[in-house]
Design a protein around this ligand. Structure first.
Ligand code: WQD
Length: 319
C-alpha cells in the first residue's frame, strides 16, 4: 500500500504526504530538493532523484519494486511561468521528460494508479470567467503547455496499458495546513505581499483597469489543505470501476480580486499598508476561476476553507 510522491518535499506535496501519513499509509518521497525542504516530510523515506535524468526510469522501476509501490502522486516539475518563457527547452526536458520516465517505470512495474499535478495555466486566457474542464485549452506559456501535454500523456497511458489516472488542475493555491508547511517560494501573490511587508515595501498591484468589479484581476484562491484533500479523494476515486473522467478542476468556484486579497491581509495582519498600482502584467486574464461541479459530483470533494481561512493560516505560518 505504499504511495510514491514525487515532489513530496514541496509546499503542496508535503501537505499531501502529511495527510497520507495521518491515514497510516507508507510514503516514499522522491525530491531533488531544488525547492523542496526535507524537514517537511517527517518519517517518510526520501530519495533524491532527478526524474528527467538519463537512467531515471530504471532507478524508478527499482524503487517501485523495493518499496512495494501501489500508486503515485506526481508533483515534481518546474513551475515558474516567467522562467518557462525564458527557458522553454529546459521546461519541456524537465517536465515532459520526467513524466515520460515516470510512466515508463510505472508500466514496467505494473503500477497503475497516478494522480497528476496539473494547472489552471492549461486554460491560458479563457473567454469565460468560470471555466470548466471541457474548455478548449490554449496555454499561453511553456509551463502551461507542459501541464497540458502531461495530461495527454496520462490519457495515452490509460488507453495504451490500463493506467488509472486523474489530472488535477490547480487554481490559485495559498495558505498553510500546518505552521511548518508555509509556502516559502516567493512566486505567487500572497507570499509576494508578505515579503514586501517584511521588507517595508508597498505591495504591487499589476493593473487596476481590468473589466472587473474593482479593476483588479479575479482569481479562485483555494486553501492548500483543501487541495491536498482533493489528492486523497482522487486516489480513492481511481479504485472505482465506474470512473467517467480523468481531469478535474480544483478550486472553490468563487473568485477574489487582488484588492480583496490585499484587504484580507490588512485585516488579518493589522497593517494598513499602502499599495503600489503598476501597469498590467503580460499574460494575466481578468478572470480565471473554476467551475467545480465535476469534482463535487464525481469525487464528492468541496473546498471547506474561505479566503479568510487562507490568509489567517498563511499569516500564522509566515515565520
Ligand atoms: C495572482 C494575481 C497577478 C503578484 C499562478 C500560476 C498558475 C497557477 C496559479 C500553478 C494576478 C496579481 C501578483 C503581485 C499582483 N499555479 N499579482 N501583484 O498568475 O494567477 O497563476 O498561480 O499551477 O500556473 O501562473 O498567480 O499569484 O502570480 O497572481 O497584482 O506582486 O495577483 O497579476 O492577477 P497567477 P499569481
Amino acid at each position: 500500500m505504499t504511495v510514491l510522491v514525487t515532489g513530496g518535499a514541496g509546499y503542496i506535496g508535503s501537505h499531501v504526504v502529511r495527510l497520507l501519513q495521518q491515514q497510516g499509509r507508507k510514503v516514499v518521497v522522491i525530491d531533488n530538493l531544488s525547492s523542496g525542504v526535507s524537514q517537511r516530510i517527517g518519517e517518510a523515506i526520501l530519495v533524491t532523484l532527478d526524474l528527467a535524468a538519463e537512467g531515471a526510469a530504471e532507478q524508478l522501476t527499482a524503487l517501485m519494486a523495493e518499496h512495494g509501490v501501489e500508486s503515485v502522486i506526481h508533483f515534481a516539475a518546474r513551475k515558474q511561468v516567467g522562467e518557462s518563457v525564458l527557458k522553454p527547452e529546459w521546461y519541456f526536458e524537465q517536465n515532459i521528460g520526467g513524466m515520460a520516465h515516470l510512466l515508463e517505470a510505472m508500466q514496467h512495474s505494473d503500477v497503475r494508479k497516478l494522480v497528476f499535478s496539473s494547472s489552471a495555466a492549461t486554460y491560458g486566457i479563457p473567454t469565460e470567467d468560470f471555466v470548466g474542464e471541457d474548455y478548449d485549452c490554449k496555454p499561453i506559456n511553456p509551463y502551461g503547455q507542459t501541464k497540458l501535454i502531461g495530461e495527454w500523456m496520462l490519457a495515452n497511458a490509460q488507453r495504451a496499458w490500463g493506467l488509472r489516472g486523474a489530472s488535477l488542475r490547480y487554481f490559485n493555491v495559498a495558505g498553510a495546513g500546518w505552521d511548518d508547511l508555509a509556502d516559502t517560494a516567493v512566486m505567487n501573490l500572497v507570499p509576494i505581499v508578505f515579503a514586501a511587508l517584511r521588507e517595508g515595501r508597498a505591495p504591487v498591484v499589476f493593473g487596476d483597469d481590468y473589466p472587473t468589479p474593482d479593476g483588479s484581476c479575479v482569481r479562485d484562491y483555494v486553501h492548500v489543505l483543501d487541495l491536498a484533500q482533493a489528492h486523497i479523494s482522487a486516489l480513492d476515486y481511481l479504485n472505482r470501476d465506474d470512473r467517467k473522467y480523468s481531469t478535474f478542476n480544483v478550486g472553490t468556484g468563487s473568485g477574489s480580486s487582488v484588492f480583496e486579497v490585499l484587504d484580507e491581509i490588512k485585516k488579518v495582519s493589522g497593517i494598513d499598508f499602502a499599495v503600489d498600482v503598476q501597469a498590467r502584467r503580460a499574460g494575466d486574464p481578468p478572470y480565471l476561476c473554476a467551475d467545480v461541479s465535476r469534482i463535487k459530483d464525481e469525487l464528492g470533494w468541496v473546498a471547506k476553507h474561505n479566503l479568510n481561512d487562507i490568509i489567517e493560516s498563511a499569516w500564522a505560518a509566515r515565520g
